[in-house]
Design a protein around this ligand. Sequence first.
Ligand code: AMP
Length: 213
Amino acid sequence: MRVILLGPPGVGKGTQAQFLMDELKAIQLSTGDLLRAEVRAATELGTKAKEFMDAGKLVPDDVILGMIGRKMQDLGDKAVIFDGFPRTVPQAEGLDKLMESLNMKVDKAIELTVDDEVVVKRLSSRRSCPQCGAVFNLLFAPPKQDDVCDKCGHVGLIQRDDDKEDTIRNRLKVYHDQTAPLSNYYNTQGKLVQVEGDGTIEEVRDRVLAVVK
Ligand code: AMP
């Protein structure tokens, strides 16, 4: 099964992707995570992408499609959860073409919906580990020990540059302008399911899993 997770930044796509991975024995393809790994490794792609990311803008479609294309080659018939991709209609069209060439298809697009103000509150309290990339939320999922990564023990959690309030508001605008039209794209294909994204992690998980069961 190939599932796309849609929804604004901070709605919890990454968190819910983990539950879907367990349920479907799937792997997760997060373009945000792939890009951050490129930035950490200071590759040419990462250096180019960082400028867009820090400004809360979308990285150009050709860069994203190239990156996903390379990943998809090695997937075989594994189930995949796409998280944070596609973000624009041209990316969705590119993914459909890529899938077709590999004899695959998108099965469902699950859209998590939530108010903008909930997103601002959630994202401005998000912190991550600069060493291993683990993500915490000071309000909802704090680290066990203040400022220490639960996963790798690194001391000093950081706020992503793109989780500062001005940038969050800009990312929301970009989302409404460029990504929200994807609901219509997948609705027309009969693949869209909308799920309320406000509530506890477990409440949202149960709603999401009900869609794929
Ligand atoms: P995310 O972690 O998914 O919120 O992504 C963080 C940032 O990476 C975004 O604000 C964009 O700058 C960039 N990014 C991630 N995925 C994409 C994508 N599919 N298309 C364009 N830019 C992306």
